[in-house]
Every structure is written in C-alpha cells, then in structure tokens.
Design a protein around this ligand. Structure first.
Ligand code: G3P
Length: 218
C-alpha cells in the first residue's frame, strides 16, 4: 500500500516529504480553505514541485461542461496533477471525457460500491471511498474499500482504490489489510503511524545502558 498525504498545508508536505515514504498528495476545497490560501493554482503548483507523485486538485464547479473545461485547465498546471471529480452524473461524464484525453482523475466522495463501479467503468484513475464519513453515520467504511478491491480485481478494472477520510492509525492498518492501493492520511495520522511506546521505551533503555558502559570505561 502506498501512502499519500491528505492536506494542503505546504509545511506539513515539506516535512513529510523528508521521510521518503509519501508518494502523492490529495487536497480538497475544504483543506485548501482551511489553510486560508488565496491562489489555488499557486498552492497546487507548489505542492506538485515538492512531491513528484500524483497530486489531486479538485474541480470547483458542478456542471459537466464547465467541469471538463476546468479540469483541462488544472491539468495544465503541472505534469503530476490529478483532477479530483465528485461522484455525480456530471462527474462521471467528465471522467469519461477526460480519461479519453489521458487526463488522470480521482473520483471523490465515493460512498457505495455502485458508485465505485461506475467510476471505474468511466475510466477514473483513482477512486476515493470516504471511510471516516461512512463510519460517522454507522456504516463500515472499510468494508467498502475491501469490496472495491475485490470487485476491481475480479473484473480486472484498472482503477486504484484510495482509502480516504482516514481519521486514525487503525484505519491505515485496516486499509492495508483490505488491499487498498493507497491510503491518503492527514499529517497527524502519519506521525501517529510512526510512534509506538515500546520504541520510545527501547530507545531510552539503550541510551541509559550505553551511558552506564561509557561511564565505566572513562
Ligand atoms: O481525503 C478526504 C478527506 O480529506 C476527508 O476527510 O475527515 O473531512 O472526512 P474528512
């Protein structure tokens, strides 16, 4: 499973990039507005320059024709931009047009297997089931991830599954076990993935044992 970072915070992306394990970034209008950033294009281009892998930037219109036009424009901002398109009839229309033009898309706000199958048939490069938001309403978000992986594998549909709306490290574990191609994780969850109390205890013990040896040898 690959790890994408789910943020529009450039500092977080720079920090995470240093770890060498982040192979893409996903943003959405809420994440961009949270950063209070004025120039959408400049932010997306900055992120694309930091992370050479796929960087998802979302269209901001709802009708098919303007969506296709905006997607074509955003696709020109950087070679690694992926166009994030919502799961609607207009979105499916846009995805099928754009896939024929070799514009990579990430179908977002996916909440059902039916939606996922349609996105894959339309030619979406990536499809993002929102795990946390399904859990929020008492469903099992990770079941959808697993079903998508199984069905795409069975029918040899090339769309890749991005487990999105990840809220905690256990979601990452479950996404990996479900066979998600990618988990897109907020920065704080990425940091939590690194941590384990036994690692901290182990480091402290090694340091104190080493201290004993080195003080003896002086
Ligand atoms: O990747 C989708 C994500 O940004 C949405 O997360 O926590 O708002 O459901 P959340």
């Amino acid at each position: 499973m690959r790890i994408f970072l789910d943020t529009a915070n450039v500092n977080q992306i720079k920090q995470a990039a240093k770890l060498g394990i982040v192979s893409g970034v996903t943003t959405n209008p809420s994440l961009v507005s949270k950063e209070g950033l004025g120039d959408y294009k400049a932010v997306v281009q900055q992120i694309c320059a930091i992370i050479p892998g796929p960087v998802s930037a979302e269209v901001l219109v709802e009708e098919a024709e303007p969506m296709i036009e905006q997607a074509r424009e955003i696709a020109g901002w950087a070679p690694n931009v992926v166009i994030k398109i919502p799961t609607t009839a207009a979105g499916l229309e846009a995805i099928s047009v754009l896939s024929k033009e070799n514009v990579r898309t990430n179908m977002t706000l996916c909440f059902s297997l039916n939606q996922a199958i349609l996105g894959a048939l339309a030619g979406a490069t990536y499809i993002s089931p929102f795990v946390g938001r399904l859990d929020d309403i008492g469903h099992n978000g990770m079941e959808l991830v697993k079903d998508m992986v199984d069905v795409f594998t069975h029918y040899q549909l090339p769309a890749q599954v991005i487990a999105a709306s990840i809220r905690h490290p256990q979601h990452c574990v479950a996404a990996a076990k479900a066979g998600a191609h990618i988990a897109t994780v907020p920065y704080n969850v990425l940091m939590q993935m690194i941590q384990h109390p036994l690692t901290d205890i182990g480091i402290a013990r090694f340091a104190s044992d080493w201290q004993k040896v080195s003080s003896r040898s002086v």
